[in-house]
Design a binder for this molecule. Structure first.
Ligand code: PLP
Length: 370
């Protein structure tokens, strides 16, 4: 007997992974091709094009990095940061904290501008800091902070970063496929995402993009990229050009899955996908209000796909999550760091951003609360 025959059916409404789209499941089961097969190379080229379309960029270096969203984060820093570089992280949650850790391990001089978790990055504070600080080689921010449900104001931050000449690095692991990502308009130089959030794919790939400016910086490095597996200067020779060179074997079937996921989003139409996420969020917010529950983040700064809900005084948050899972087959997330024990995180990502899913979640919550 295989353990896979008795897998429970769990509705994944946490911070990720989210539900896999039915078309993605079908794609994953297609026959595995060789990584240099001409048919597979056509699929790779199409994945690049679809990613450029969804992220609104003409960056040639746009492709999925092998590994989960964190591999995207690692690739972003190891390729574009050198020892001694001055790096600024705008931090208001777990993922900003991780960026700091990753950049410090590379020997960068890392400054961080910290904001209270649950609040957005404040552009005025960024402006004031940049006016007095020495120039930075790279400035990084998380677009959609999955640990708190905050949407950081990318437009305003981008317009402050651009004139400084620093490379602008954006994590939109949770944003891509749920809210607009417009890399070229923002002037983003280094971008990564993940398949397991709003793209409705299993975890395993990190969509990635780098601007011409960033590529020039990579080519002018004084030192080798300190990570062989994620060295983009080698990986591009597999993803670009008439003659493809083996670096590491691409995760073939995952790339089929990403291809199907991107096609599903673009066939539905970006505007309607974003609208579907917004409507699900509003439906959830209204239902939570009826249950006497509040969101952590102020209106106007909320992510539609990740809702941080304050645990009422005296309620055992872990017991509620356990009842949701055991009695209703629904997984919701707990809080992290300073928000541990204080919030639930309800994700409505990708294929889960639908009215029937929100209704099921609210019904289950009603009976799971004490
Ligand atoms: C989930 C997430 C990551 C990490 O992605 P993994 O797929 O867990 O490796 C990074 N940044 C943000 C904002 C995320 O939500």
């Amino acid at each position: 007997m295989s353990l896979l025959q008795s897998l429970p059916e769990v509705l994944l409404l946490g911070p990720g992974p989210s539900a896999t789209h039915p078309e993605v499941y079908k794609a994953l089961a297609r026959p595995t091709l060789g990584h240099l097969d001409p048919v597979f190379i056509r699929i790779m080229d199409e994945v690049k094009k679809l990613l450029q379309e969804l992220a609104h960029t003409r960056n040639r270096l746009t492709m999925p990095v092998s590994g989960t969203g964190s591999a995207g984060m690692e690739a972003a820093f190891v390729n574009f940061v050198e020892p001694g570089d001055r790096v600024l992280i705008l931090q208001n949650g777990v993922f900003g904290t991780r960026m700091k850790d990753v950049a410090q391990r590379l020997g960068a001089q890392v400054d961080s501008l910290d904001f209270e978790w649950g609040n957005p990055v404040d552009p005025e504070a960024v402006r004031a800091h940049l006016e007095k600080a020495e120039p930075y080689q790279l400035i990084a921010v998380v677009h959609a902070e999955t640990s708190t449900g905050v949407r950081n104001p990318l437009d305003a931050i981008a317009s402050l970063v651009r004139p400084t000449g620093a490379l602008f690095l954006v994590d939109s692991v949770t944003g891509l496929g749920g809210i607009p990502v417009t890399l070229d308009d923002w002037g983003v130089d280094v971008f990564y995402s993940g398949t397991q959030k709003c793209l409705a794919c299993p975890p395993g790939l990190a969509p990635f993009s780098a601007s011409e400016r960033a590529v020039a910086r990579l080519q002018a490095r004084r030192s080798k990229v300190p990570n062989w597996y994620l060295d983009l200067s080698m990986i591009v020779n597999y993803w670009e050009g008439a003659k493809r060179a083996y670096h590491h074997t691409a995760p073939i079937n995952m790339i089929y899955g990403l291809y199907a996921a991107l096609k599903a989003i673009l066939d539905e139409g970006e505007a309607s996908v974003f609208q579907r996420h917004q409507a699900a969020h509003e439906q959830l917010t209204a239902g939570l209000r009826e249950l006497g529950l509040e969101l952590v983040v102020a209106p106007g700064h909320r992510l539609p796909m990740l809702n941080a809900v304050r645990v009422p005084e005296g309620v055992d948050e872990a017991a509620v999550r356990a009842r949701m899972l055991q009695d209703h087959g629904i997984e919701i997330g707990a809080g992290l760091g300073p928000l541990a024990g204080k919030i639930w995180r309800i994700g409505l990502m990708g294929h889960n951003a639908r009215p029937e899913v929100v209704s099921r979640c609210l019904t289950a919550l009603r009976t799971s609360l004490p």
